[in-house]
Design a binder for this molecule. Structure first.
Ligand SMILES: C[S@@+](CC[C@H](N)C(=O)[O-])C[C@H]1O[C@@H](n2cnc3c(N)ncnc32)[C@H](O)[C@@H]1O
Length: 257
């Protein structure tokens, strides 16, 4: 049987783009652009790029972008959207746990749970950070958003995720305090109109874990902020009310680190 994230993203690209949480792309790219100092010479890797919403917006602004994803279906839609937008983006099928590029990138993004933290084991999620770190030049920046473990300690994930649901509806949500994993059943009506249910397994990380993991994988500076879709800012501290956290990290100045 295919892993749950391959099942979910197997035929969901058009419905995905109607989800409420995909509607803040332009502001999110404003933030990413500012974090890169507006420098168009910085090459960008979009990990778990999905249907390419950030990659395409960055390309529209003059950046050279490569998007990688495990789902051929998401990538097909991304390529169609890039043609519609009149921009060139390299969309490649790669597994975020094990990819390698010969030429390092100047920056990487991994937005809205792009691959990390969807893997079934903590080791696989860590492998994603290791691969991203390898793919960055010394000093290269990583901007990503990921699930905040402080949130489910205080609130119901199911109520939050169902509030604005378009394609996926969450049921049987259980947050395991020993593993910080949410096990749930999501029902999605896919792009062919077929309803299917998938058992999900997502890892919520404590901010201290993220800092430690990134430091372990060669990142010298790590900053963590609160995260709201379409309102990325350094001004918002992370709290237990944030479903996701916004992380800005920089690769150490030497490749050995
Ligand atoms: C929630 S979507 C996020 C897409 C995009 N970053 C965005 O902001 O809309 C998660 C994406 O991660 C991809 N993904 C899951 N596991 C992956 C892996 N191991 N390697 C690469 N991509 C993966 C899925 O196919 C899906 O497109």
């Amino acid at each position: 049987m295919r892993p749950w994230y391959e099942e979910l993203f197997g035929n969901y690209a058009r419905t995905y783009d109607r989800e409420v949480f995909t509607k803040g792309t332009v502001q999110e790219v404003d933030f990413i652009e500012a974090e890169l100092g507006g420098d168009r010479s910085v090459t960008i890797l979009d990990v778990g790029c999905g249907t390419g919403r950030h990659a395409i917006e960055l390309a529209r602004r003059g950046f050279s972008v490569t998007g990688i994803d495990l789902s051929e279906n998401q990538l097909t839609r991304a390529r169609e959207k890039a043609i519609e937008a009149g921009v060139a983006v390299d969309f490649l099928r790669r597994d975020a746990r094990s990819f390698r590029f010969d030429v390092p990138f100047g920056a990487a993004i991994m937005i809205c749970e792009g691959a990390f933290p969807l893997m079934e084991t903590d080791a696989e999620n860590a492998a994603i950070l290791a691969s991203v770190s390898q793919a960055l030049r010394p000093g290269g920046r990583l901007v990503f958003t990921t699930l905040n473990a402080l949130f489910p300690l205080h609130r119901s994930i199911q109520a939050f995720t169902n509030a604005d649901a378009v394609g996926v509806v969450t049921a049987e949500s259980r947050f395991d305090l020993m593993t910080f994993r949410e096990h749930a059943v999501v029902t999605v009506t896919d792009d062919s109109g077929v309803e299917k249910s998938v058992r999900t397994d997502e890892r919520f990380y404590a901010p201290s874990e993220i800092t430690w993991l990134l430091q372990t994988h060669g990142f010298a500076s790590v900053e963590i902020f609160g995260c709201q879709v379409g309102a990325f800012t350094r001004a918002k501290p992370l709290t237990p009310d944030d479903f996701e956290m916004l992380v800005v990290a920089a690769r150490a100045a030497t490749r050995e680190a």
